[in-house]
Design a protein around this ligand. Structure first.
Ligand SMILES: [Zn+2]
Ligand SMILES: [Zn+2]
Length: 416
């Protein structure tokens, strides 16, 4: 038997119904903030991610699905979407469009991580990017929008964490200080930390290994190293969030795994998910366009929500999101009735009702199926009914059965 590839999965009904509802809720929220959808290819040139995500990140160094195309070029299945969105922004000169570019995306990403519960090698992200401004107003708006998406998905009990990682100027001083402080203690830390001290000391702050925590806790806070401009920016973001009644916690240890982040970073965690409790992460990436060789600066901020985990939470909180109940199950009794029912079903579906026509025309069996499918109503159609133009409509919840004309079916089912 051929099975799905390790780390990938089929999203089956009724779960797929929840996915659709979550995505529809996100789209509705994005539109109210004047975001439009962008669909970028799943395949990109490998160097886009090497530059845009960073050669030394885990994603690029060990998790990408990279292969040589038939013409010898190196292609990669996208491990995230921000680099692609920025590539599209630069390629299509979207900086010349009026106003900010506010773009959202929904789709699959690929990372060859160790598969575990709630984590997949093909996973889905819902994300958005606002490109073209470094104003803290945009940071606050993006963060507000993220909370609106969670609210629309019916998720509650989450915590918003925010931080600033400064700009290259002030961060350089902090990183130098970190390196200095880590030099003596690094040999006792985990292998990732020992490597990071050389490649990206900022990421030591992100270490989750329990034994390393006393060292991590003793390290200086990046907030003490922000220059005036970065400090003012962060203060404004906090002020705007407070103005809007959005609760947050400042976490100076919150740095992101990707190199291009500047200033505001944020994350939303949810208690119900245990150790892997991050639902989404995001931040500002004012240096990304330059990293991709754009001559036009393009400051931006964005986020991505792990949709697999979000759906898991929604399924727990709202089992009723799984499926819309079937409105009507039609059971034809006999061959003429089959033809007639096809016509009636077409009419009712045209009016927006969800209708199923039985192929199994023994009455008792048909009603059993209607019951198992959770149909709200069942319509029994035999030769007599067709001749008389009057049908038996059964309310499957109450058991109530009544005679209705063809014209009455839609109204009875819609209101019943
Ligand atoms: Zn700075
Ligand atoms: Zn460590």
């Amino acid at each position: 038997m051929i099975k799905s590839v390790k780390g990938t999965r089929d999203i089956l009904p009724p779960s797929s119904g929840v996915w659709n509802k979550v995505e529809a809720a996100a789209r509705r929220v994005f539109e109210t903030y004047n975001y439009q959808e962008i669909r970028t290819p799943i395949l990109e040139e490998t160097r886009l991610f090497a530059r845009g995500v960073g050669e030394e990140t885990d994603i690029v160094s060990k998790e990408m699905y990279t292969f040589e195309d038939r013409d010898g070029s190196s292609l990669t299945l996208r491990p995230e979407a921000t680099a692609s969105v920025m590539r599209a922004y630069i390629e299509h000169r979207l900086d010349q469009q009026p106003g900010l570019q506010k773009l959202y995306y929904i789709g699959p990403m690929f990372r060859r991580e160790r598969p575990q519960k709630g984590r997949y090698r093909q996973f889905f992200q819902i994300g958005a990017e606002a490109i073209g401004s470094d104003s803290p107003m945009i940071d606050a708006e993006v963060i507000e929008m993220v909370t609106a998406v969670l609210d629309a998905a019916g998720v509650s009990g989450y915590t918003l964490l925010i931080n600033s990682v400064g700009c290259p100027a002030c961060r350089a001083k902090f990183v130098a200080e970190l390196r200095e402080r880590l030099r003596d203690v690094a040999p006792k830390m985990c292998s990732d930390c020992r490597r990071r001290v050389e490649t990206n000391p900022l990421r030591v702050l992100d270490c989750k290994v329990p034994e390393d925590q006393p060292v991590v806790d003793s390290l200086p806070s990046i907030l003490d190293y922000l220059d005036d401009a970065c400090r003012a920016h962060f203060e404004s973001v906090r002020q705007y969030l407070t103005d809007r009644g959005i609760a947050f916690e400042v976490r100076p240890r919150l740095v992101r795994g990707l190199d291009y982040y500047t200033r505001t970073t944020f994350e939303i965690v949810h208690g119900a998910l245990g150790a892997q409790n991050s639902v989404l992460g995001g931040g500002r990436y004012d240096g990304l366009a330059e990293a991709l060789e754009s001559k036009v600066p393009a400051p931006g901020i964005g986020f991505s929500i792990g949709e697999d985990r979000l759906v898991m939470m929604v399924e727990e909180a709202h089992p009723e999101w799984q499926s819309r109940p079937l409105d009507l199950f039609i059971a034809p009794l006999g061959d003429d009735a089959k033809r007639h029912c096809g016509i009636v079903a077409r009419e009712l579906r045209g009016g927006g009702l969800m209708v199923e026509v039985s192929t199994d025309h023994k009455l008792k069996r048909a009603l059993e199926v209607a019951n198992k499918l959770g149909a709200r109503f069942a319509l029994i159609v035999g030769e007599n009914e067709i001749t008389a133009g009057s049908y038996q409509l059964k309310n499957m919840t109450t058991g109530d059965q009544r005679q209705v004309t063809r014209a009455q079916i839609a109204e009875m089912v819609s209101t019943g």
